[in-house]
Design a protein around this ligand. Structure first.
Ligand SMILES: Cc1cc2nc3c(=O)[nH]c(=O)nc-3n(C[C@H](O)[C@H](O)[C@H](O)COP(=O)(O)OP(=O)(O)OC[C@H]3O[C@@H](n4cnc5c(N)ncnc54)[C@H](O)[C@@H]3O)c2cc1C
Ligand code: SF4
Length: 479
């Protein structure tokens, strides 16, 4: 399955880099959740210094190579490019980032080095997804001894097991985990916290703990026939593409995907690429209410995916224990904004495979089992201060999908980094834990900006973070 986004040739990269205006206080930097100094790395590419460019990227974002392929750049860095104001094409930041990071990866050039001296403190990181790796890389560069505990056989989280194969190959995700190991981080795969090692042990043996557990299994539809073998969780379907030879993955001739988000789009477009003859996405609301990005929706249309809007599943139709169709009903909005099924509107859509992409379970109960004192917000995500990742338990910090409810890889890396600086400040005695007043929490469990009794103020932490960034980057700017 070929990459959807092609790499740039060297000359193309130079020409593109030379279009950049190298804005002062560039909006693309602020639009990137990991704060990559975009103009600085692009200027280096323009000057033929790909190694320096890669160093700028990877110091700010250890997953710079995968983010270059999978970030929704149109709504992040490229969306903020000032060339939009001149009605010109924005700079292709993602592809330039890929160019620089591929340059060093392909040649085995190590641009990051572990610090010469450790500071004698240790941190346990739970989960080796983008949040865990982002946090671990940052802590390692600040001199901490970091150990990651990962329940899966391989590191990388959804970057290794969940991202559409035509966007990101698992090997690249594993290479990125190697970069983190090269910084001196110990990654212990096959160790599930809560089963093989307790939360109490982590708190006893380490100075601080970072939780980057991600989300849980896919949500169920709650309809009859859901357990039939051809009715799969979209995440499990995508995971097979990462773990099995492509010809061994069963795909239906007629596939129905339930859901209207980016995961549903990935499941649909992957089905097309695996040979499904007709793929139909069924979404209970209208096109404008889909949570999928517009460019992802366009991609699915380009792949000839069909759409059934304002329709919801009622039951799976089976013959001899196999899926042969799905009963659907039309939906409408009531005057008070509720979604209801239109009586008598039921119909059957023929299909031999159903993929469910209706969100992932939150980890609240699992978390409470491991750390009974941890506070969980209304939406089932772990409560934290957004700037520092601090939870109500003083030595526990959190970031990524388990805290934000499920966003993008670059958000998880950025939150892991911020938590690393929260931990750094905490271990330097600069802050206490986050005092929780549940009534003041946002739906996502975030307590940021709620004016509580000042554990550490957001702007102080940001300054602390930026100061460390500039110390880390200072040598490189001369490079
Ligand atoms: C199908 C799909 C497609 C996506 N496509 C994109 C995309 O194109 N672009 C994009 O930017 N984002 C995409 N995302 C979102 C992105 O993958 C997530 O936002 C990101 O992976 C979150 O990182 P994380 O580290 O918080 O969680 P995860 O990546 O889920 O990592 C959590 C890790 O913690 C481990 N873990 C959990 N519990 C324990 C435990 N008790 N002990 C030890 N280890 C544990 C898990 O095994 C896992 O490795 C997609 C998500 C999905 C589901
Ligand atoms: S990490 Fe993503 S958002 Fe940040 S500059 Fe790179 S492509 Fe843009």
């Amino acid at each position: 399955m070929a990459d959807i986004q092609l790499p740039m040739r060297q000359m193309e990269a130079r020409v593109e880099a030379n279009r950049c205006l190298y804005c002062f206080d560039a909006p693309c930097i602020h639009a990137c959740p990991t704060g990559i100094d975009v103009p600085a790395f692009i200027r280096k590419i323009a000057g033929g210094n790909e190694i320096g460019a890669a160093k700028t990227i990877l110091e700010a974002n250890i997953l710079g190579a995968s983010c270059a392929r999978i970030c929704p750049t149109k709504v992040l860095c490229e969306g903020a490019c000032v060339l939009h104001d001149r009605d010109e094409k924005p700079i292709e930041i993602g592809r330039l980032q890929r160019h620089a990071t591929d340059f060093v990866n392909d040649r085995g050039i190590h641009v990051l080095k572990p610090p010469e001296k450790k500071n004698g403190k240790s941190v346990a990181v739970v989960g080796s997804g983008p949040a865990g790796l982002g946090c671990a890389a940052e802590l390692a560069q600040l001199g901490y001894q970091v150990t990651i505990f990962e329940k899966s056989k391989l590191p990388g989280g959804l970057n290794t097991y969940g991202i559409a194969y035509y966007k990101l190959k698992p090997q690249l995700s594993l290479n990125e985990a190697e970069l983190v190991k090269d910084l001196g981080v110990d990654i212990r795969c096959g160790v599930e916290v809560g089963r093989d090692i307790s939360g109490e042990e982590l708190q006893r043996d380490f100075d601080a703990v970072f939780l980057g557990l991600g989300l849980g299994d896919g949500n169920r539809l709650g309809i009859d026939g859901e357990n039939l073998p051809e009715c799969l969780d979209a995440l499990d379907f995508i995971e097979q593409i990462h773990t099995k030879p492509l010809h061994e993955i069963p795909v239906g001739h007629q596939v129905v995907v339930i859901g209207g988000g980016n995961t549903a789009i990935d499941a649909a477009t992957q089905s097309v690429r695996l040979g499904a003859k007709r793929v139909t996405m069924v979404y209970r609301r209208g096109e404008s209410q889909m949570s999928a990005y517009p460019f992802e929706f366009e991609k699915a249309k380009h792949d000839s995916v069909h759409f059934l809007f304002d329709s919801m599943p009622i039951s799976v139709v089976e013959v001899a224990g196999h899926v042969v169709g799905i009963r659907l009903a039309r939906t409408r909005m009531t005057a008070d904004g509720k979604l209801e099924m239109i009586p008598g509107s039921e119909f059957t859509q023929e299909c031999d495979m159903i993929l469910k992409a209706v969100g992932q379970e939150k980890q609240a109960e699992i978390m409470r089992g491991i750390f009974p004192k941890i506070a969980v917000g209304l939406g089932g995500v772990i409560t934290r201060d957004q700037m520092s990742g601090a939870t109500n338990v003083s030595d526990i910090f959190v970031g990524g999908d388990c805290a934000n409810g499920g966003r993008e890889v670059v958000n998880a890396v950025g939150e892991g980094k911020k938590a690393a600086h929260g931990i750094h400040a905490f271990l330097a005695g600069e802050r206490a834990s986050l005092p929780i007043q549940p009534s003041r929490l946002g739906v996502d469990g975030s307590a940021s900006g709620c004016g509580l009794h000042n554990p550490i103020r957001a702007h102080e932490l940001e300054a602390h973070w930026k100061a460390n960034q500039s110390t880390k980057n200072s040598g490189e700017h001369r490079g």
